[in-house]
Design a protein around this ligand. Sequence first.
Ligand code: GRF
Length: 193
Amino acid sequence: MRIAVFASGNGSNFQVLAEQFPNNVKLVFSDHRDAFVLQRAEALEVAQKSFELKEFANKAAYETKLVELLQDYEINLVVLAGYMKIIGPTFLAGFKGQIINIHPSLLPDFAGSAHAIEESHAANRGLGVTVHFVDEGVDTGKIIAQVSVEFAENLAIYEKRVHEAEYELYPRVIKAFLAGEIADGCSVREKNC
Ligand code: GRF
């Protein structure tokens, strides 16, 4: 399995995945040319590509280039980790059932929120992390795996727990993909779908 990780900024999840699956993580893409994730990729000697939506006439043209890039690298699983763009129809048509995302709440709580950690903390609800397939909606695709995270009054402490949970959950899901336990569009919990 050849994996591409998409990240817009920091890339700590990318780093965990690249370190744990060096034979599978073949490419990192960022939609920001100055994203720190690209430096992480360089240090880990993972191929890196970056271009920005504003460099294209429209989103379809941007996503056409993305699909070409992924085909060039023979990618069969796209792992979104802090990629702050909604996946549009062009990208989805090329990779439906092969794109997964991690979201820092127990979906469906706080779906679509770019501040899900802060919002779930403030509400003391939906505390956790979800990995799910990407579909036409925002954070609405089939859930692959979820883990609860214990509340802490202190937001920084809670946030640290969320990230620790992510660093454990995402590799667990990737391992399940590699073991053939998850097929296109099927979750861990519904192996027979
Ligand atoms: C993570 O909290 C992830 O759940 C969310 O964006 C954050 C990315 O962090 N989608 P990093 O760039 O991997 O450090």
